[in-house]
Design a protein around this ligand. Structure first.
Ligand code: HEC
Length: 160
């Protein structure tokens, strides 16, 4: 190999190594939350589809947002349902959705028309499906505190 060629090869190696090092440092600096969406579901495809049909049938999205979908015509400050299964147990959700008076379980700061309606008359099959689905909506650990804060803020109307 000629001397000139050696220099060129060394030069290329140096550039490649510098780029690799830079990239490694950059990756370390990108926080986890910049890289991924914190919400996920453990539901099967079947449950996902069936429960979402019930969710739409009962117009939950006219007040709540889920997977960033919300009815844009109404602006009810109801808590988002993303990650709700990490905040409430399945039992709690079942009781809440079956309650004749949900505000006895979770008090409301809103005008009557915006409050969580009672779904006590919903057929148990549909309610169970919804409850299973809500319980499957999870949040990654690194976002849990932030989610608790924003849910609390929605419920209380002030910083918690
Ligand atoms: C008229 C608006 C409205 C509709 C429709 C509605 N909700 Fe709600 N929901 C609320 C509000 C507001 C709250 C917070 C408590 C309150 O103010 O009554 C709430 C609370 C909840 C909570 C508890 C949230 C928490 O932070 O613990 C769950 C779960 C929930 N709703 C699920 C549903 C489901 C499922 C449907 C459809 C079957 C639905 N909601 C329909 C307004 C609504």
């Amino acid at each position: 190999m000629r001397k000139g060629e050696k220099f060129i090869l060394l030069g290329i190696a140096a550039v490649v190594l510098t780029l690799m090092a830079k990239n490694a440092v950059h990756q370390e600096n990108v926080k986890e939350d910049d890289m991924e969406i914190p919400f996920y579901t453990t539901a099967s495809t079947q449950l996902n589809r069936d429960a979402m049909a019930v969710y739409h049938k009962y117009q939950c999205k006219s007040c709540h947002s889920l997977w960033t979908v919300k009815d844009m015509l109404r602006t009810v400050p109801a808590p988002a349902l993303d990650g709700i299964g990490s905040l409430r147990s399945r039992e709690w959700l079942a009781e809440y959705l079956a309650a004749k008076d949900p505000q006895k379980i979770l008090s409301s700061r809103l005008k009557a028309e915006f409050r969580m309606p009672s779904y006590a008359d919903m057929p148990p099959g549909e309610r169970n499906m919804l409850v299973d689905y809500l319980a499957s909506l999870r949040v990654k650990d690194w976002y849990l505190d932030e989610l608790k804060q924003s849910e609390c803020k929605k419920l209380k109307g002030e910083d918690c």
